[in-house]
Design a protein around this ligand. Structure first.
Ligand SMILES: Cc1ncc(COP(=O)(O)O)c(C=O)c1O
Length: 429
């Protein structure tokens, strides 16, 4: 057990601690939490020391803080400085359990995409709910997750070139890493870098399942599998087929096109197996079509992740049974007219390319526009807003909102429990 003042590491034994391992610290008990105001901290071990602790005991670890959350202990969401990005823990846990249970029922693994949340603390919550690991978009995003204690990562995109492949190696030193590939030269560069560093990187052959973005044809897949099997320090794990083109389609077309994509991946699977390749994983699916993916049972791993937070875009895509976990609180900064008001969260606080946010609180107001720094509200029968009033909104799209912020305040019934650093915002490389 590691103790650090009034805090204690959760579930850690001193003999399991090693360099670069992450440790989550929690206050020893509720009294300490109130006394020192610590909600939690995430630290990474820098070095193991040999310090004389007296009475014949030796020990000591030097820890570097990844994040530290204290001043928000027991704060109400209405007292936070604005704009404040919130995640409702009850709603998040509901969504995460729902996705994990739906996947379990369909007999497939859930590997949620974390490109929307970008916060390792939230990724760890999804894993606690039953996810086998996470899916990332970029190598730098994966590195943020690995440094934040996530130990099983898929990068569901091609990662190309010296600088980025070097980053893959950094991730593979901390976590089990799997990467999508669709090119022989790229497979060779990953193999060479991994071999030189003494790590192994798993690969999924990316198949174009009609998205027409990346990916080989089913007929080209076996040759790439053969190359991976021949090279050192890379291991063939299976196939990936992301059907991003179906997400915005009407229901019946979406079901049909999801099946068409699954058929393409199944053909690739068949051809690879005929050539003697072991295809353990077939990965794909997004929040917008996961209900059909689960029905059709063509995949072994589901990448859908954004619907753990939910937003208005996923509502438009027909995602059912989820609760809105993400919201944004702003403050009214001008209310010169009783029928309109301006808030302090514009498109620099919530992306607008897919649509405007909904007003969740108070009733009788709606958002009619976003300028860079301002929300434009119009009265719809509600009580007049006054300067300093708080307005809570549901963002239209989580992906284009979370990355604009540095902190995600995790609350339960309006009381902040933790402040999660969005350490993946800006991680685009
Ligand atoms: C490769 C890949 N997988 C899965 C997804 C689905 O992500 P989400 O469920 O967050 O919408 C995306 C979305 O862009 C993606 O690009």
């Amino acid at each position: 057990m590691i103790e650090c003042g009034a805090a204690r590491a959760v579930g850690e034994r001193i003999d399991q601690i090693g360099p670069e391992r992450c440790i989550a610290l929690r206050p020893v008990d509720e009294d300490d939490r109130r006394r020192v105001g610590i909600i939690g901290a995430l630290l990474v071990v820098e070095e193991l020391q040999s310090v004389d602790l007296g009475e014949g005991h030796r020990g000591g670890v030097s820890l570097r803080f990844l994040w530290f959350s204290w001043e928000h202990a027991m704060t109400s969401i209405w007292e936070l400085d604005t704009p404040a990005l919130l995640v409702d823990l009850d709603a998040l846990e509901h969504n995460a359990l729902l996705m994990a249970q739906r996947c379990a029922k369909a007999g497939i693994d859930w590997r949620p995409h974390v490109k929307a949340c970008k916060a390792p603390a939230m990724a760890r919550r999804l894993i606690e709910a039953g996810a086998v690991g996470v899916t990332c978009a970029k190598a730098s995003e994966a590195l943020v997750m690995a440094r934040g204690g996530v130990t099983n990562i898929l990068i569901a995109n091609e990662v190309v070139g010296d600088q980025k492949v070097a980053r893959l190696v950094d991730v593979a030193k901390l976590a089990t890493l799997c990467v999508a590939v669709d090119d022989a030269a790229n497979v060779r560069e990953i193999s060479a870098a991994a071999d030189a560093a003494g790590v192994t990187i798993d690969l999924l052959v990316d198949v174009d399942v009609n998205l027409h973005r990346c990916g080989v044809t089913p007929e080209e897949a076996p040759a790439l599998c053969a190359l991976i099997s021949d090279l050192p320090a890379v291991r063939l794990r299976g196939l990936m087929g992301y059907e991003g083109h179906v997400m915005g389609l009407p229901e019946n077309e979406k079901e049909r096109e999801t099946a068409a994509s699954a058929a393409i991946l199944a053909r690739a699977n068949e051809l690879c197996k005929q050539d003697g390749h072991e295809i353990g994983v077939r990965s794909g699916g997004g929040s917008g079509n996961y209900r059909f993916v689960l029905k059709q049972a063509a995949l072994t791993e589901l990448q859908a992740g954004g619907a753990a937070l939910m937003d208005l875009t996923y509502v438009q895509m027909g995602v059912e049974g989820h609760r809105q976990a993400l919201s944004l609180v702003c403050q009214v900064v001008s209310a010169v007219n009783s029928d309109r008001a301006a808030g302090d969260a514009g498109w620099k606080a919530t992306g607008r390319h897919t649509g405007l946010p909904d007003v969740a609180n108070p009733d009788g107001w709606r958002c009619v526009g976003l300028s860079a720094e301002h929300t434009h509200f119009a009265r719809d029968g509600g009580e007049q807003l006054r300067i300093g009033d708080r307005v809570e909104m549901i963002p239209h799209y989580s992906d284009s909102t979370v990355l604009l912020h540095r902190t995600l305040y995790a609350h339960r019934s309006g009381e902040v429990e933790e402040a999660w650093e969005i350490s993946g915002s800006g991680a685009l490389q």
